[in-house]
Design a protein. Sequence first.
Length: 256
Amino acid sequence: MYNKRMLTNFWSDLTTEDVKKIDKKTVLIFPFSSIEQHGPHLPLNTDQKILAGILEKFNKKYSSKKYLIMPDIHFGSASEHLSFDGTLSVNSLEFISHSLSIIEPLCEKKFKNILLLNSHGGQISHIDVIAKELKSEFDIQIVKGTYFLFDQFKNIISANEKEYGYHGGEFETSLMLYFYPKLVRKNNIKKSRLSPDVSSNKILSYEKSIKKAWLTEELTKNGIIGDPSNANKTKGEKISDIVIDNIKKIIDEMFN
């Protein structure tokens, strides 16, 4: 099969003749991200860039015939951020339908292993629905994962920041400082607040067990939920190492 003499691990770099020869066991990695505000210090494509950086690093370290990286689906469901300039969001139902329309023809072509790799917290539930619909329709193995949930990242990011720093805080800023430091507006990095959940004893929450639907503007004025002031590239490197090691384990288990 083509994979035995793989020249690239990126679907878009293949020719139509190459695609005909791909082993149907190959894990197709679909990156899901979003174009949305990330505060005054990070670019709108932060989710997309972080996932691209992770996959490029993964591919350099663990390149094999077991997987192909698909074109990213980066117009996501980000309606919670629409009050902030720059956010581009697709209606949730349209996002699910659009994603299915891309992946279903590949399942019809008998590809057996699909990995939905997500980087945007606001569409985790959407990815769950996409996976469920595909699994109910096709005889496939489908796995969905959001990279920042792969680990607790202890001794890198504080427990409170990891749990209550949802957006544009130390975690994402550290990754951007590691992968794309020139895109970070360092002069705009200032101490910001965690989610109100951090100090709340109420049963209703934003992101605990029982969740209210929320808009970003209800939690923050500057678009950041978390504190980016302690971010650095060393933390970003350590986080990315953990993530790519987990991706390798996922691919190995799916392929085998």
